[in-house]
Design a protein around this ligand. Sequence first.
Ligand SMILES: Cc1ncc(COP(=O)(O)O)c(C=O)c1O
Length: 470
Amino acid sequence: MAAMRDFDFDRATETADTTEQAKRHLIQPWPYAGSIGGEARSLIGSGDGIYITDGDGRRLIDGPAGMWCVNVGHRREELARVLYDQAMQLSYNTPWYTMNAPSALLAERIAAYAPGDLNHTFFTTGGSSAVESALRFMQFYNNVRGRPEKKLVLSRGGAYHGSTYLSASLNGRPRDRDWMDVADGLVVKLSSPDPFRRPAGMTVETFADGLVEEFRETVARIGPEKIGAFVAEPVQASGGVIVPPPNYLQRIRTLCRDNDILYVSDEVVTAFGRLGSVFASQEVFGLDPDIVTFAKGVTSGYFPLGGMVVAEHLLEDLRRSNHPDAMYAHGLTYSSHPIGCAVALANLDLLENGVLQHARAVAPYFQERLKTLEDLPLVGEVRGIGLMACVECVADRESNNPLKLDYEVGKRIDAHCHALGLLVRPLIHMCVMSPPLIIIREQIDDMVAILREGISRTMEDLSREGLWRG
Ligand SMILES: Cc1ncc(COP(=O)(O)O)c(C=O)c1O
């Protein structure tokens, strides 16, 4: 057995040891079979504000804010102190038989922000477990209400809802499903609401009408008595920051209500500030879902926490049912974790005391500056909302065909940007930008300048290698 050694923060940026340890012993998320368990990725040693520092000591703008989560920025002493203080006060208690104060207080504060009658929160360990909890709740709800056949879930192309079995079954990107088993019999897929990929010559309004019609037709074909829930991100995040056509989500919401289908708004990315509000469903999209799921920004990534907020009327239905002893047999060891909830409370303080306001103020500048990249021949579209945006590269602006070298392009841009001081999160041929919400105008200028240079260098490389003609 290897000798135990205390982790040494001063050595955390020494790449040689870490690279070898990772290659020998670490399985990274989303690995390929050919390199599983043998792969090293860029080492990040430290973070401060919107910046992270890599293993070579290079300071990078954290373009994706980790995974859309470090909303209030790195190295916030206010949050670090709460982690320590709560651990010294109460590091853990069993949520099976006991409870703690931070989780009750956080649930109360979340209820004040949540839309409609969404009043109660069930806390989980992250986004996948939040979506999984919502789906299992829907199943339980319909079992208790004597409608065991009402369990199918509608989700959309381009969606990403997680990596647990049920949540992953909702995912809509082919690559997420190609080699994985999913609960196909439980899920019905609808089209992606991506206006950029609408048929040539079609207006966005007609495109939206088509999506609503598809929904209506699908429900009629399958039967509303078989469909339990519709699950949707307000803005498809990992699908490439797909901002849906105006009013489309509201129209689907109405159809869900008409057909007694639960509307689950997956706000794992959009909640806690990314669009300038604590929850975006109502404030940004005018929606009152039955369940909202959240994670990531709730603790700005300082502790793994997620949850679902459930409408009071659903709980009322259960309480009034003929099965008072039926059990929602669902809970996690770390449900309502006191440290996670305490950190979330402090994070919410930061959001309320300036960060949300700043995010709203700086978002138009962020979008406007990124939009200037559309003059580059490799860039097909820059789109976004709030502090999330996507630069989509295409080979041919006329037909909007994704570049054949899809996988190459994002990686190449990322490599150039990394050398220049920006971490990009390439999604095939798309570069997604969702920096910490505390980013200021000068830093946005730096980010866009680096991205411009990274894309320009990629265009030069591709032309030189004869792979692309701009
Ligand atoms: C919209 C959405 N839902 C759910 C998840 C899954 O969250 P987690 O990775 O915390 O399990 C993600 C992750 O990116 C997400 O973007």
